[in-house]
Design a protein around this ligand. Structure first.
Ligand SMILES: [Zn+2]
Ligand SMILES: [Zn+2]
Length: 255
C-alpha cells in the first residue's frame, strides 16, 4: 500500500509540475511576451481579464482535478498489468488504419459524452453545486482548462475505466487521445483565437471546435457545450448565434 501511495505521489507531482509549467509558459507567451503581436486575436467577451483571485481559484481546483486524473491513470495501469483490461499493446490487429479509425471513434464518443455530461451540469442544481466552479472563469486563460469541481472531473472522465475493461482498444490510441484532449482543452481556454480566419469556411475543419467557440460558452453560459467538435451543438440546436462572426472578429483586420 505504501508503495502505491509513493508511486501515486511521484506521478501526481510529475503531472502537476509539468502541466502547470506548460500552462504558465503559454500564459506568459500570450499575455506578456507576445501580447502585442496577438492583440488582434484576443477573443472579446464580457469578462474583464484574469485577476489574481481567479488564478488562485483555478490553480487550487486544478491541483484537485490532477489527483483524480493520476488516480484514474494508475487504476487503469494496475488493472492492465494484472490482465484485467481489454487494452491491446501496440496498434492492434488492424495496424495504423485501424488505430486511426479507433482514434476518430474515440474522439466522437468522448465529445458526445462530454456534451451530454456538460448539458446535465447546466441543470440548476448541478450548476449551483458543481459546475459553477468552472464558470467562475468568465474571461478564460490556460489555468481555466482544468479548474473543475472534483465531482465534475469524475463525471467527465467516467467512461475511461469501463472502456478500458470492456472494449478491446489499442493502448497507444487511448494515451494519444488523452494527450490530444489536454491540447484541445488548453486551446479552448486560451482566450486568443490562433486558428486562421479561413478555418470556418473549409468543410470538415469548420466542424471542429475553436477557442472562440468555448470562450463564448464562458461568456454566455448556455450553448456551445461541445469541446472537440461543433457537431453535437449543431445537431441538438444548442450552438450560440453569431459564432462565425465572433470568430472573424478575433482576427486582425485584413490589410
Ligand atoms: Zn459550462
Ligand atoms: Zn471551459
Amino acid at each position: 500500500m505504501s508503495r502505491w501511495i509513493l508511486s501515486f505521489l511521484g506521478a501526481y507531482v510529475g503531472q502537476a509540475v509539468g502541466t502547470l509549467a506548460l500552462f504558465g509558459l503559454v500564459f506568459l507567451i500570450t499575455r506578456r511576451w507576445a501580447a502585442r503581436a496577438l492583440e488582434g486575436r484576443r477573443i472579446i467577451t464580457r469578462g474583464s481579464g484574469s485577476d489574481r483571485s481567479q488564478l488562485f481559484h483555478e490553480i487550487g481546483h486544478t491541483l484537485v482535478v490532477f489527483a483524480v486524473g493520476t488516480a484514474q491513470a494508475m487504476a487503469v495501469q494496475t488493472l492492465h498489468e494484472n490482465g484485467e483490461t481489454k487494452l491491446i499493446e501496440g496498434l492492434g490487429p488492424w495496424g495504423l488504419g485501424g488505430a486511426i479509425g479507433a482514434f476518430v471513434g474515440l474522439i466522437l464518443f468522448n465529445d458526445l459524452w462530454f456534451y451530454s455530461v456538460h448539458r446535465l451540469l447546466h441543470s440548476p442544481f448541478l450548476y449551483k453545486h458543481i459546475h459553477s466552479v468552472h464558470h467562475r472563469s468568465i474571461d478564460v486563460n490556460p489555468f481555466s482548462s482544468y479548474s473543475f469541481h472534483l465531482i465534475e472531473a469524475i463525471l467527465v472522465t467516467g467512461w475511461v475505466l469501463p472502456a478500458a475493461m470492456f472494449i478491446p482498444f489499442p493502448l497507444p490510441v487511448l494515451m494519444f487521445t488523452q494527450g490530444v484532449g489536454l491540447a484541445n482543452n488548453l486551446m479552448a481556454h486560451l482566450g486568443y483565437e490562433l486558428l486562421p480566419r479561413w478555418w470556418v469556411d473549409v468543410p470538415i475543419l469548420r466542424w471542429s471546435n475553436s477557442a472562440t467557440f468555448h470562450s463564448m460558452h464562458h461568456a454566455r453560459f448556455k450553448g456551445n457545450y461541445g469541446l472537440f467538435l461543433r457537431v453535437w451543438d449543431r445537431l441538438f440546436g444548442t450552438e450560440l448565434d453569431q459564432y462565425e462572426e465572433t470568430f472573424a472578429r478575433a482576427h486582425p483586420p485584413k490589410a
